[in-house]
Design a protein around this ligand. Structure first.
Ligand SMILES: [Zn+2]
Ligand SMILES: [Zn+2]
Length: 347
């Protein structure tokens, strides 16, 4: 390890549990301010009823969000942490993997404008038809504050469940596998999400949210805050947040989830709260290791270069790969042979 690496590791090891509580306290305060001060800014672009104006609306909100001082503050905050207490030297914001994630971030708007957005409109129309006005008014029972808290906890559980499903169902895993293909964790890794995976996950969260008539603006503001928190725990930061790890997902626990070694597979599915993994016995007991990350599947296209054309080419290959992998799965299922069954990837 280099001198620089040893210095960073020493800094990381010196971060006390008390300081970790302060760090996450600042983060929670920042996210709370985002939710309280800018819900409309964060939510308008997810309102499917505004489809006719979607082009300008998405671009405007995408720009506003990216230029929001709170968003930029979070970026700077996490960058400082990646710089001072990296989980592993060489990963983080300046890596090739981060450049690839940035391509995913830039092109996310294009997919939002087209495929995903049309899907949301269909989903909204279908749920209105299926439920036909039926809903359970949580706010009437719990009050508006209670409904927001219920929404936060309920959507986090649903996110845990969909994440579990994306690991356990082979066809879904191949789409989620692209997210796990990252070998250099950084705060933009949560942008590396295949649009099919995003649609599956949003369906499983959207339908109960419609049934329970959860407060629309607040729930999307909460979802945005959750996304910002995901940005934090994907960062290359050496911390398990001390005692807060018993309640929250941490950069350490999510790194374990992304680990390339089999001993860590299919553990730590939490998105904000770690309690679901404790409850359903999917939590990994290792609270202190910072393993290498990636997938064992050698067929997944991997970024090799920062050159723009190479990054664009890898992006397209990563978009296409899950469809080819699922096709391979279906062929294997149609013509099962004892030796072929061994090749089905189940995580
Ligand atoms: Zn996963
Ligand atoms: Zn992840």
């Amino acid at each position: 390890m280099t001198d620089r690496g040893q210095r960073f590791r020493a800094l990381g090891a010196g971060l006390s549990a008390r300081r970790e509580v302060i760090v996450v306290g600042l983060l929670v305060a920042l996210l709370s301010i985002v939710v309280v001060t800018a819900p409309s800014l964060l939510t308008a672009h997810l309102d499917a009823r505004q489809l006719p104006h979607s082009g300008s609306l998405i671009l405007q909100n995408w720009r506003d969000t990216l230029l929001s001082p709170w968003y930029l503050g979070l970026i700077v905050f996490v960058l400082v942490l990646e710089r001072t207490i990296p989980a592993r030297v060489g990963e983080g914001f300046t890596s090739v993997g981060a450049a690839q994630d940035f391509v995913w971030l830039l092109l996310f708007g294009a997919l939002q404008l087209t495929i995903v957005r049309c899907y949301y409109v269909l989903l909204q129309g279908a749920s209105e038809r299926v439920f036909d006005g039926f809903s359970i008014h949580v706010a009437a029972v719990l009050g508006s504050g209670g409904a927001v808290a219920f929404a936060f906890v309920a959507t986090d559980f649903l996110n845990w469940f969909t994440h579990y499903a994306r690991h356990r169902v082979p066809a879904l895993w191949h789409f989620h596998e692209i997210h796990h293909s990252q070998r250099e964790m950084n705060m933009f890794t949560n942008e590396r999400v295949h649009f099919v995976e995003a649609m599956v996950a949003s369906t499983l969260v959207f339908v109960p949210a419609a049934l329970f008539d959860l407060p629309g603006k607040q729930i999307v503001a909460i979802a945005t805050a959750s996304l910002l928190y995901q940005r934090f725990f994907h960062a290359n930061v050496r911390t398990n947040l001390g005692p807060l790890r018993h309640v929250l997902v941490t950069p350490q626990s999510h790194r374990v989830h992304h680990a390339e070694t089999a001993e860590y597979y299919d553990t730590n599915f939490g998105v904000v709260f770690s309690v679901w993994d404790r409850l359903f016995r999917t939590r990994h007991a290792d609270d202190h290791s910072y393993p290498r990350v990636g997938v064992a599947d050698a067929g997944v296209p991997q970024e090799q270069s920062r050159r723009p054309m190479a990054l664009a080419g890898t992006y397209v290959k990563q978009l296409v790969y899950p469809f080819r992998a699922v096709h391979r799965l279906s062929v294997q299922r149609r013509r099962p042979a004892p030796n072929q069954m061994q090749t089905v990837v189940t995580r």
